[in-house]
Write a protein that binds this ligand. Structure first.
Ligand code: BG6
Length: 476
């Protein structure tokens, strides 16, 4: 007997900008992903001022899914996927973001893609905003700094909900909305289209753009439910549990505050209200945010149906020697290595038990169904002389995580809707812009310099995952 329920969704996850390519096809506008150059392991991607000649923009072609999706969907069907998570590139539908009339060619593309998936018995799972807002909104409005972007986003959401309501049941609003909590330049840009100014307080910016996004999400949930109450609309958060570095109560309090500061986005998504500690903190810091009474009503009325989450790794943290009363010291030095865990080549600690821990923690905090919509390990792959790709490391990573999610369901009673490992087919890394940081069961012949035939081939892990799905997770 399978530990996982009948109908458990087995899938794979991608994002439009990381695989579609066709960056100017059929009227598509420039997105924020289109102005990010290729980086490398340990080398940041550059954000350029528009698309500049001579730069290498890996998302422009990506793996050309835009023109090859039909063959790729056939491979997903052969793999046995019962769902497929992707996003809708906002710039295919509204090239600049602030138009009133959508681009019919862009809408048609997703009609065809969803039809193709459904014809193969694969349920589409769709994120509205996955690091790909229109670049025009950055230039003219400063990204999510501007309240008007709420209306642009909800118009986009209403347009695609209306159009695909009978094709797509599972939706999520903003991908990894909480990864901006780290206040790093990269996440501000990918999540919010924000370029930080030298003289501003990043924390204040975080709370303001985050608030507008949460209001937009709550409005989208209400709009979606009004269009078709059968649609399930979730949030999507990055889950990266961070343990106390020791049993010193100060480290424990530090880890708890770190978690509170990381999960306030999901608190608002699920509870429809801000957590007390944050209201107090924002008031004491005198951030003077634009949060209206009407916004608070919107948040309360637009809570999500489920929690989508990514899970890759965990961390550990210690308290600073001189923590202030609010324990909010932010310093990279406070994050410490966990001696019990090994890391990937890109330095992400591998922690399968942390997945079970997180599923329990989220269940107890939110009492909502959970959906693991990203999990995986980026690794380079080697193509053997005979064309085969042996990737036991990928199988080992995923197997150990599936074991833990099955325990969470079977032993702990977690309500888990499904599992979609990241990058079911090799695609462009969001963090580094590389191709060689591979997650897929399906290999794509393309390297970090953009060379290759773009041909697809099945790795060993393809056949392994095929069996996992066919046995509903029994045969790992
Ligand atoms: C998540 C994102 O942060 O992690 C994906 O939702 C991303 O877009 C994935 O690709 C893996 O990160 P990376 O940097 O290895 O591509």
């Amino acid at each position: 007997m399978s530990k996982l329920p009948k109908g458990f969704l087995w899938g794979g996850a991608v994002a439009a900008h990381q695989l579609e390519g066709g960056s100017d096809a059929d009227g598509k506008g420039v997105s924020i992903a289109d102005v990010m150059t290729a980086g490398a392991n340990g080398v940041d991607r550059k954000i350029t001022d528009g698309v500049c000649p001579g730069e290498n923009y890996p998302n422009h072609e990506a793996i050309d899914f835009y023109h090859r999706y039909h063959e790729d969907v056939a491979l997903f069907a052969e793999l046995g996927l019962t769902c497929f998570r992707t996003s809708i590139a906002w710039t295919r539908i509204f090239p600049n973001g602030d138009e009133t009339t959508p681009n019919e060619a862009g809408l048609k593309f997703y009609d065809d893609l969803f039809d193709d998936l459904l014809a193969h018995g694969i349920e589409p799972v769709v994120t509205l905003s996955h690091f790909e807002m229109p670049y025009h909104l950055v230039k003219v409005y400063g990204g999510w700094r501007d309240r008007r972007v709420i209306d642009f986003f909800t118009h986009f959401a209403a347009t695609v909900f209306e159009r695909y309501q009978h094709k797509v049941k599972y939706w999520m609003t903003f991908n990894e909305i909480n990864n901006q909590n780290g206040l790093n330049k990269w996440a501000f840009f990918t999540n919010s289209g924000v370029l930080l100014k030298a003289d501003e307080d990043p924390e204040k910016v975080l709370y303001q753009v985050g608030h507008y996004e949460l209001v937009a999400s709550a409005k989208a949930v209400q709009i979606g439910h009004a269009i078709n109450p059968a649609m399930q609309i979730g949030c999507m958060i990055a889950v990266w549990p961070t343990y106390p570095a020791s049993s010193d109560p100060r480290d424990v309090l530090k880890a708890e505050r770190f978690a509170q500061a990381n999960y306030w986005f999901s608190d608002v998504h699920v509870w429809g209200t801000y957590p007390n500690w944050l209201k107090r903190y924002q008031a004491k810091q005198q951030f003077d945010l634009d949060i209206t009474a009407a916004d608070l009503e919107t948040l309360a009325a637009g809570t999500v149906d489920y929690i989508g989450l990514s899970y890759y790794a965990s961390g550990a943290i210690k308290a600073a020697a001189n923590e202030p009363a609010n324990f909010m010291t932010r310093s990279a030095d406070l994050n410490v290595d966990n001696p019990h865990l090994q890391a990937t080549e890109w330095g992400w600690p591998i922690d399968p038990v942390g997945l079970r821990y997180s599923l329990n923690w989220l269940t107890d905090r939110y009492h909502l169904p959970l959906f693991i919509v990203e999990n995986g390990m980026g690794a380079p792959d080697k193509v053997e002389a005979d064309g085969q790709i042996h990737d036991p490391y990928r199988v080992d990573y995923l197997k150990r995580h599936i074991e833990q999610l099955a325990l969470a369901v079977d032993e702990d009673g977690v309500d888990l809707m499904g599992y979609t490992p990241w990058g079911v087919i090799d695609l462009v890394s969001a963090g580094t812009g590389q191709m060689e940081k591979r997650y897929g069961f399906i290999y794509v012949d393309k390297d970090d310099q953009g060379r290759g035939t773009l041909d697809r081939s099945k790795k060993d892990s393809f056949y392994w995952y095929q069996k996992v799905i066919a046995t509903n997770g029994e045969q790992l």
